[in-house]
Design a binder for this molecule. Sequence first.
Ligand SMILES: Nc1ncnc2c1ncn2[C@@H]1O[C@H](COP(=O)(O)OP(=O)(O)OP(=O)(O)O)[C@@H](O)[C@H]1O
Ligand SMILES: [Mg+2]
Length: 435
Amino acid sequence: MPRGLFWRAFLIMLIPLILVQATVVYIFFERHWDTVSNQLALDVSGDVLSIMRMSEGVTDPAERARIDEIAQREMQFGVVFEDGAVLPDEAPRQSSGISYEMLRRQLDQRIGAPYHLDSTLPDKGMTIRVERADGVLTLLTTTRRMRESTTVLPFLWMAGMAILVTTIAVMFLRNQVRPIRRLAAAADALGKGRPVTDLKPSGASEVRLAGAAFLEMQGRIQRQIAQRTEMLAGVSHDLRTPLTRVRLQLAMLADAHPASRAEIGESEQDLQLMEHMIDEYMAFARGQGGEAPVSTDLAEIIDDVTADARDKGSPITLEVERPLVMALRPNAIRRCLTNLVENAVHHGAQVAISAVRRDDVVSVAIEDDGPGIPEDQREEVFKPFFRLDDARNPRTGGAGLGLAIARDVARGHGGDIRMSGGSLGGLRAELRLPV
Ligand SMILES: Nc1ncnc2c1ncn2[C@@H]1O[C@H](COP(=O)(O)OP(=O)(O)OP(=O)(O)O)[C@@H](O)[C@H]1O
Ligand SMILES: [Mg+2]
């Protein structure tokens, strides 16, 4: 069974059609052939018999010529008299087929004398030679008398009808399958974070229903994302004002109480961390919210992110296929890659970035020679605020949001991030994006 709907529907229609036609052809023609062949055999054998009766005992050449003339005119039979001859022992070749079979049967029954039937003569010639007491009577005619010319016509009709029906079916089926294909393409695009605007539900009512349901679902998803992003942005923004105030107050406090400077310094670091988190939130919210996917060269974004990291003094080796043009939200992807590269730079001394395109997937791998992540933690690190090393002071590190955001961006593009052990000895983070 073919896999596509088109060919399946096509076969579902075509197979019964062929079966019905074959059955009809078989039943009809079998009976038809029988009847027609029998009739033809009866005709020919009847004529043979008539000529035999007419010419029985006739020896006068003029009379014989008259018989030949009548036979030719009325029955398309030439008559040749061979006085004193006998039939050779060997029987001539004969055409096979149901009509000759029937003719032989008729001749056997009706003539009651030895005879030879030769239906393989050139130019469709056919002879029936009958042996009588006075010699051999040879009757010449053509095999046309054994065939019915109208037989092929119904066949042609049937074949024509089949072709017509098939053509119409193909045209209609195409139109039925197209909206389903469009719907599938739309769902695929939505999964890759490229909302669909030009889908119009069309086709059969069920497909239309599915199309409408899809559009509604897309609307709901978009509203939900927008709401979440707006809230995140709002909260983050509103937190900034009080934080700035606290920071100012802390600075004044430090001036007033030089003795508590150390404790106040710690609080200031906490504040810094909070601000860092808020910055990340805001950047993330901006990227997810307003940005629309545009055709972008991913290789250039990788170059930018790498250049930024190199500016901060980290050695990074690059191996990037170019160009890697695809529909992306550039700022969000930049954020995603920056987070991955920052982690690698933070944990390792050497970093290698590579990007290749395989079929429909672009894969960006970021490897480092750091301590890596134990296998059972490789999913955990994607959780917000999750930080691996308890001993690590949160004040010196990040918020634990980097990977959560990076994965969110990847999934928003229909892709994902996976962690594994790298060839440099540390972590290998692989970002995969569908093209
Ligand atoms: N390349 C890496 N090598 C080893 N451990 C890593 C690597 N990348 C991430 N991790 C671990 O995963 C944890 C989560 O990383 P994530 O980027 O989400 O947060 P963070 O880097 O601590 O903070 P943020 O990125 O928000 O500033 C890190 O705290 C670290 O323990
Ligand atoms: Mg990080």
